[in-house]
Design a protein around this ligand. Structure first.
Ligand code: PXL
Length: 262
């Protein structure tokens, strides 16, 4: 049977980030995608103009409708705008065996905040204990742990702190740091992996974080183990960053049309 993956994310009408970018990523991996909408945005490649949260009750009801009909084999979260939304998702996953990848998106790539400070503070007590993997970039890892992430050593300290906060595994991404994008993966079983990548110089980076987490989720849905899901996702991400579509006058999308054939 075809693998099924679910995203719980905000809508980006420009199609590069959020649930639209996630669904395209699932499709590029040959995975059937489902999407629970957590918030609406008005945006294009130049910026986010408006955000309208979807209520926790609506998020919970959307999830409930899927579990006994088309249950996903892996899932991910993107932007969530309230503590009650975090609680609704955590509650829905607590008793399920479905691996959950938590991408702690607190703001859009172009700067608009999706989550207030109380949401940042609630993430460790709600979603981290139910997740298989959390995927912060350096600023997000710093907000969650208080550890300034500046290099591989501090990224590894932050990843270990996220395990202490309840995550089964943490991927601290170095794309926001100068130099080559080096990511650090730490797992509860003691696995430590430093994934080095190549810096792609492009303005078409809209949705990079969402797409990375979605590619990991798609690979988990196909049955990959965590380490190969993360390393395969990173390789595909570099490839689709290297061949942009050239769309939009601002920070354009990645090339989700390039299928992940590995
Ligand atoms: O990439 C973070 C992100 C997540 N979710 C939505 C977004 C963005 C970035 O713009 O628009 C809806």
């Amino acid at each position: 049977m075809v693998a099924v993956a679910l995203t719980i994310a905000g809508s980006d009408p420009s199609g590069g980030a959020g649930l639209q970018g996630d669904l395209k990523t699932f499709h590029a991996h040959g995975v059937y995608g489902e999407a629970v909408v957590s918030l609406l945005t008005v945006q294009n490649t130049r910026g986010v103009l408006r955000v309208e949260p979807v209520s926790a009750e609506w998020i919970a009801a959307q999830l409930e409708a899927l579990w006994d009909d088309l249950p996903p084999r892996a899932a991910k979260t993107g932007a969530l705008a309230s503590v009650s939304a975090l609680e609704a998702v955590a509650e829905s996953f607590r008793t399920r065996r479905c691996p959950l990848v938590v991408d702690p998106v607190f703001s859009a790539s172009l700067g608009h905040a999706f989550a207030s400070e109380d949401v940042v503070r609630a993430l460790p007590t709600t979603l981290l204990p139910v997740c298989a993997l959390v995927t912060p970039n350096a600023p997000e890892a710093e907000r969650l742990t208080g550890i300034a992430v500046e290099d591989v050593a501090s990224a590894e300290r932050a990843a270990r702190a996220l395990l202490d906060l309840g995550a089964q595994a943490a991927l601290v991404k170095g794309g926001h740091l100068p130099g080559a994008p080096v990511d650090v993966l730490a797992c509860r079983d003691g696995t430590r992996l430093v994934l080095s990548g190549e810096r792609v110089h492009t303005q078409h980076t809209h949705g990079t974080g969402c797409t990375y987490a979605a590619a990991i989720t798609a690979r988990l849905a196909r049955g990959a183990d965590l380490v190969s899901a993360v390393s395969g996702a990173k390789a595909w991400l570099s490839r689709i960053l290297r061949h942009p579509l050239g769309l939009g006058s601002g920070r354009g999308p990645l090339n989700h049309l390039l299928t992940a054939d590995d």
